[in-house]
Design a protein around this ligand. Structure first.
Ligand code: UD1
Length: 437
C-alpha cells in the first residue's frame, strides 16, 4: 500500500499545469468504442482510472496505440464482444458508459455493475430506465443477477426522456445510446457538467448530431454511421484545477494554475474571493494568492450539479474552510454520505460537527501532522491539502486512491515548493474502505 509523506507548512509558489479531465476522458474512451473508424485522443491524463479503462477497451478488441505525450490512437473497428466483464469494470465508476456504447454497437451489452460506492447509494436506475424508453430489455433492477447487467434491444429508437434526478452518468450514457438510434432523442433535465459538453463535442467531431449539451435539454438525432477519423483534445480537469487553487489557498501561497478553463472554476473562484483570497485570471490561467496576515472570512458552500459548486471539490473546500475565522457550513446536496473523511481531518485538529448533510466547521484551525487515510479519491486529496497546511509530518495512507484521478501529483506539488514524497509499501491495517468515484 503506497502513501505520501508530507512535511507541512511550506508556502506553495510558482506555476502548475492542469491535465486532461478524468471524467471527460472516461466518457470519451467509451464513446470511441462506438465509432466505425479510428480516432486520436489528445491530452489524456496518465492516471489509474484511465489506465483501467484503456485496458478494458483493449479486452473488448479495440486497438490502442499510445503515441506519447498523452496522445492515443484508438481503433475500435475490430471490437468483437458486447461483454464488458474485465475485473476492472468493477473498479471504476465510469465503466457504466460501456453499457450505452456496447448497446449502440451490438444492440446488446453485458457488464458487471460498476464500481463500489463510498459516498452513499449510487443507483443506475435512470440509465436503465432511459435505455428501456429507447427499446432495451433487461433494464429492471430484478433483471440484474449476480451483479451482472444484461440488456438487449431489437432496435434502439429515439425517445423523449425526462431525468427526474439530474445525473451526470445517465445524461452521458443516454447520449451515447441515442447517437446511432433511429430518430430523435430528447433528454430533459439533463446534467450540464463540462465533461458532458466534452463528450458531446467529441461525438459531434466524429460524425454525431448532438445539440444542446451544456443546457437542460439535449437533442440527439441518430446517425447511421460514426466515421471517426479525427483528433480530439480533452478539456482540462476542473477538479484537479480546483484542488491546486485550494492548495495555494491553504498554504497562503502564490500559485498560478495554467491550462484550465476559468469559467469552469467560477463556483470556487467566487467563494475564494469572498473568503479574502487574491485571485487574478486570464484566458486559461488563474493566480491564487494570500498573505499570512489576511484574515480569512468564514462562508457557506452548497454542492450542486453544474454550474453549482461541484461535490467532487467538497472535501478539499472543507479543508479550506478550516482556515477561516468563525463558523462555516458545508452543505452536501448531491451524495448522502460524503463526510466519511471528517474523522481523519479531526485527527489533524479540525473542529467539525456533522449534522446529516451539513458539516459545521469552526475555524481557524492550525492543523497538526498525523497519520491519515485517503478513504476515497477526493477525500484523499483533502488529506494532502491538510498535510500541506499542517505543522509537522503527515502520512497519507492509500495514496493509490489519489492517483486514480491526479496525474503526477507529487511531482506537481514538489515543483511549487511542497515537501511531499511518495512512499511504497507502507502497510497499515487502519485502511477500511475501497472507494470509487
Ligand atoms: C459523476 C462523477 C462523480 C461526481 C458525480 C456528481 C464520473 C465518473 N463520476 O458520478 O465524480 O461526484 O457525477 O457530480 O463522472 N442518481 C440516481 N439514479 C441514477 C443515477 C444517479 O438516483 O441512475 C442520483 C445519485 O444517487 C446522486 C445524483 O443522482 O444523488 C447524482 O449522481 P450522478 O450525477 O449520476 O453521479 P455519477 O454519474 O455516478
Amino acid at each position: 500500500m503506497s502513501s505520501y509523506k508530507i512535511e507541512g507548512g511550506k508556502k506553495l509558489r510558482g506555476d502548475v499545469n492542469i491535465s486532461g479531465s478524468k471524467n471527460a476522458v472516461l466518457g470519451i474512451l467509451a464513446a470511441a468504442m462506438m465509432l466505425d473508424g479510428p480516432c486520436k485522443i489528445e491530452n489524456v491524463p496518465d492516471i489509474v482510472d484511465v489506465q483501467a479503462m484503456l485496458e478494458i477497451c483493449e479486452t473488448l478488441g479495440a486497438k490502442i496505440n499510445p503515441c506519447g505525450g498523452g496522445v492515443f490512437e484508438i481503433d475500435p473497428t475490430n471490437i468483437s464482444t458486447y461483454e464488458a466483464t474485465h475485473p476492472k469494470v468493477k473498479n471504476i465508476r465510469a465503466s457504466y458508459y460501456l453499457l450505452g456504447a456496447l448497446l449502440t454497437r451490438f444492440k446488446k451489452a453485458t457488464m458487471y455493475m460498476p464500481g463500489g460506492c463510498n459516498f452513499g447509494n449510487r443507483p443506475i436506475d435512470l440509465h436503465l430506465k432511459g435505455f428501456q424508453k429507447m427499446g432495451a430489455k433487461g433494464t429492471r433492477s430484478t433483471d440484474i443477477r449476480d451483479g451482472i447487467i444484461r440488456i438487449v434491444a431489437d432496435e434502439l429508437k429515439g425517445a423523449h426522456i425526462f431525468l427526474d434526478v439530474v445525473s451526470v452518468g445517465a445524461t452521458i450514457n443516454l447520449m451515447l445510446a441515442a447517437t446511432k438510434a433511429i430518430g430523435v432523442t430528447t433528454i430533459e433535465n439533463a446534467a450540464k457538467e463540462p465533461h458532458i459538453v466534452d463528450v458531446a463535442n467529441f461525438l459531434n467531431a466524429m460524425g454525431a448530431n448532438i445539440k444542446g449539451a451544456g443546457t437542460d435539454t439535449i437533442r440527439i438525432k441518430g446517425v447511421p454511421v460514426l466515421p471517426g477519423g479525427y483528433s480530439y483534445s480533452v478539456i482540462p480537469d476542473q477538479i484537479e484545477a480546483g484542488t491546486y487553487m485550494i492548495a495555494a489557498g491553504v498554504t497562503r501561497g502564490d500559485v498560478t494554475i495554467h491550462n484550465l478553463i476559468p469559467k469552469h472554476m467560477e463556483p470556487l473562484t467566487v467563494k475564494m474571493i469572498e473568503m479574502g483570497f487574491g485571485i487574478e485570471q486570464g484566458d486559461d490561467w488563474i493566480r491564487v494568492f494570500a498573505n499570512e496576515d489576511t484574515e480569512l472570512e468564514s462562508t457557506n458552500f452548497k454542492t450542486r450539479p453544474y454550474p453549482g459548486f461541484p461535490t467532487d471539490l467538497q472535501p478539499q473546500a472543507t479543508v479550506l474552510l478550516c482556515m477561516a475565522n468563525g463558523m462555516s457550513r458545508m452543505h452536501e446536496n448531491v451524495w448522502d454520505n460524503r463526510f466519511q473523511y471528517i474523522p481523519e481531518l479531526q485527527s489533524m485538529g479540525a473542529s467539525i460537527t456533522v449534522m446529516e448533510r451539513i458539516a459545521l466547521i469552526n475555524g481557524p484551525v492550525k492543523f497538526c501532522g498525523a497519520r491519515v487515510t485517503a478513504l476515497d479519491l477526493r477525500a484523499g486529496a483533502a488529506m494532502v491539502l491538510a498535510g500541506l497546511a499542517a505543522e509537522g509530518t503527515t502520512t497519507v495512507m492509500a495514496a493509490n486512491r489519489i492517483e486514480r484521478g491526479y496525474e503526477k501529483i507529487v511531482e506537481k506539488l514538489r515543483a511549487i515548493g511542497a515537501d511531499i514524497i511518495y512512499v511504497e509499501d507502507d502497510v497499515d491495517e487502519h485502511i477500511v474502505t475501497v472507494a470509487d468515484e
